[in-house]
Design a protein around this ligand. Structure first.
Ligand SMILES: [Zn+2]
Length: 184
């Protein structure tokens, strides 16, 4: 426990003492529903009243605990998620469009307000590590305002009904399939 600085202002608990900032290590269990994971959070920034002894923590502590939970559970941390997005120059909106995770969800992940589940984590890892997966999801995003031309529309619609059970058809795959289709 090492004291860092004196915070001006009285303790909200007793109204008399001064709040002193320090960092501490915290060990706790995190309940994932079907498993409990032992978490070791290091250097959690908290404040302690020098008079009543009340310990308080805010958003900075929550972020450190959240990162520790992510590492203990084996999930990407908020800054790692943000780094994936920034590496490819994507807005939160674009990542939401690629994955169909809502933009509010993406934002909560990046602020450490929400822990992504394992399947969402896998999609994020796929985007980070697999160029083909990235290109595939990019191909599924329909550019705004560009409707298929009338000539292209008809065979693709037929194709959807006959071969493809997905709502959206990647253009490259659709083109190749239409080409095959029209030769036969
Ligand atoms: Zn106090």
């Amino acid at each position: 426990m090492n004291k860092v600085k004196q915070i001006p202002g009285a303790c909200p608990e007793c109204g008399r003492g001064q709040l002193v900032s320090f960092t501490r290590d915290e060990d706790f269990d995190f309940d994932l529903g079907d498993e409990r994971v032992a978490v070791q959070a290091r250097n959690v920034p908290v404040e302690k009243c020098d008079t009543c002894g009340e310990i308080m923590s805010g958003p900075a502590a929550a972020r450190v605990r959240h990162d520790a939970i992510c590492r203990a559970v084996g999930l990407l941390t908020p800054s790692e998620i943000k780094a994936i997005r920034e590496k490819f120059g994507w807005s939160q909106q674009h990542l939401a469009a690629l994955t169909d995770f809502g933009i509010a969800t993406v934002s909560r992940w990046e602020r450490g307000r929400l822990l992504q589940n394992r399947s969402a984590n896998k999609v994020l890892l796929g985007l980070r590590d697999c160029p083909a997966f990235r290109a595939y999801l990019e191909s599924l995003v329909e550019p705004k305002g560009s409707l298929p031309s009338p000539q292209a529309e008809e065979p693709i619609n037929r194709l959807k009904g006959r071969y493809v059970d997905k709502e959206r058809v990647p253009s490259v795959v659709a083109f190749a399939a239409v080409f095959e289709f029209s030769r036969n």
